[in-house]
Design a protein around this ligand. Structure first.
Ligand code: NDP
Length: 481
């Protein structure tokens, strides 16, 4: 009997009103293993109603109590870490080891971080000499919508929900319909720890039938969205005329700049990780590696050697470095980009094919880690987000060319720079059109820092106090003395 995922509405786990479900597929085996509610606008309306009802007491219960609830949720996620990691791996195809070491621990940190942050906020005061004092008052917005993608399911879902709740809002959230399982587990946890009814509501289903009704609901005051740039544009078009607050974390086409003076061993090893972690399905993955010409052959030789040593296979096997990509449709999309790259003149140095592991994963959606060279930066392969285990190699002669190539996309999410020259690192960091710049590292995250993209990679910043401000309405109160 397959598990039926339920919505969380008004503190209760419940089926969709139309009682209709669709299949949840394990991408590592291609088998249907659970059923997902095909919720509609009517379910969203019920969720919004529950959230509105919960808002007066949640927003006024004080940050200490909200903080305690967030800690309780974090404790429960932590206590169930192994089971949640297994759910995440089965639902998404990612290696179990990754879900255990990154996805689920980060979900715990998201709740803990904002449980603590909300106790350490401060409001500004401005003295207008000698006649007045102004102070900034922040209050929660009301009901807010959180919509998240499939690549880091619980990690990104909680990255929105935790600050929204901490700031005193009530939430209607939609996980990706492709990876809903850990969001459902979070629902169960919320019921178990006694989170007040309606404070968090989770509605499962498709973007058009669940996501859009959340976006256009007049009483939903803000939308925090992470996903593709096209979806972000659609959401912005719907929400902007309603003057909603919008936070959009979108796609990327990130560059990795490798200078001749870098610590090559570290640069290679980290570039392997930044290219292929989570099968390349992280918005922060570096998909364009740009190497200073004088060390290109050395870098390439060692990089290819290490990529060839990666094992793609059963996500539950602790020896697998890459698991399955998230779906058959996504596998086909990534393979079509590999074919396109060849048409554009690209030379495949390693990989390029679907993988059929023997045994239980023979019908799963796997792709070899793929490295391509001989493409210019203007071609589609280097301009469009592939979001899979595919990376291109290119060269540069000097800092100016490195910068120009790194910036030559419509995206602007993250860049890694590998150099031992501090002046160069600072100069480049200032000029890179990218919301995050890592010097001699990748994915080194501090949750206090502003996180987000420039250009078509997004609008607004998540993380730290930035996101608590996003989820609050600011008012200036001026007192004449
Ligand atoms: P999508 O944009 O397809 O979907 C993201 C979420 O939006 C899903 O829950 C989806 O629902 C929902 N959605 C789809 N259409 C609408 C709509 N019209 N209105 C409201 N909601 C809608 O992205 P993917 O899930 O494919 O995720 C991959 C993308 O996410 C990549 O582009 C990646 O770069 C980006 N991303 C960005 C990050 C960042 O921080 N900048 C981090 C991680 C990923 P459904 O269930 O139907 O899919």
């Amino acid at each position: 009997m397959q598990e039926k995922i339920q919505n969380l509405i008004g503190g209760k786990l419940c089926p969709p009103i139309n009682q209709t479900y669709f299949d949840n597929i394990n991408p590592a085996t291609g088998e249907v293993y659970a059923q997902i509610p095909d919720s509609q606008a009517e379910d969203v309306a019920t969720a919004i109603e529950a959230a509105e009802k919960a808002f007066p007491s949640w927003s006024s219960c004080g940050q200490e109590l909200r903080s305690k609830f967030l800690h309780k949720i974090a404790d429960a996620i932590e206590a169930n870490l192994d089971a949640l990691a297994l759910d995440e791996s089965i639902d998404n195809g990612k290696p179990l080891s990754l879900a255990k070491s990154v996805d689920i621990p980060r979900a715990v940190s998201n709740f803990r971080f904002f449980a603590s942050a909300i106790l350490h906020t401060h409001n500004e005061s401005h003295y207008t000499e000698p006649i007045a004092i102004n102070y900034t008052h922040r209050s929660p917005l009301g009901v807010v919508g959180c919509i998240s993608p499939w690549n880091l399911p619980l990690y990104l879902f909680t990255w929105k929900i935790a600050p929204a709740l901490a700031a005193g809002n009530c939430v209607v959230a939609k996980p990706s319909e492709i990876t809903p399982m850990t969001a459902y587990r979070l629902s169960q946890i919320c019921v178990e720890v006694g989170l007040p009814a309606g404070v968090l509501n989770i509605v499962h289903g498709f973007g058009a039938s669940v996501g859009e009704p959340i976006v256009v609901a007049p009483t939903v005051k803000a939308i925090s969205f992470t996903g593709g740039t096209q979806t972000g544009a659609r959401i912005a078009a719907l929400a902007a005329p309603m003057f909603k607050k919008l936070s959009l974390e979108l796609g990327g086409k990130n560059a990795n700049l490798i200078f001749a003076d870098c610590k090559l061993e570290e640069a290679v090893a980290t570039s392997v990780r930044s290219s292929f972690a989570n099968q390349g399905q992280i918005c922060l993955c570096g998909s364009r590696i740009l190497v200073e010409k004088s060390i290109y052959e050395d870098f390439k030789t060692e990089f290819i050697k290490q990529v060839k040593a990666l094992k793609t296979g059963d996500p539950l096997d602790e020896h697998s470095n890459l698991g399955a990509v998230v779906s058959e449709a996504h596998q086909q999309k990534v393979l079509s980009y590999i074919a396109l790259a060849q048409k554009e003149g690209g030379k495949i140095l390693t990989g390029g094919n679907a993988v059929k592991p023997e045994g239980r994963c023979e019908n799963g959606f796997f792709i070899e880690p793929t490295v391509i060279e001989n493409l210019n930066q203007n071609c589609r392969t280097n301009q469009e987000e592939i979001f899979g285990p595919v990376v291109t190699l290119d060269t540069f002669d000097n800092d100016a060319e490195a910068l120009a190539k790194a910036n030559a996309t419509t995206y602007g999410l993250a860049t890694s720079v590998w150099t031992e020259n501090l002046t160069r690192a600072h100069n480049l960091a200032q000029k890179l059109e990218s919301g995050v710049v890592w010097i001699n590292c990748w994915l080194l995250r501090d949750l206090r820092t502003p996180f987000g993209g420039m250009k078509q990679s997004g609008v607004g910043r998540e993380g730290g106090f930035e996101v608590l401000k996003f989820f609050s309405e600011e008012k200036n109160i001026c007192i004449k003395l």
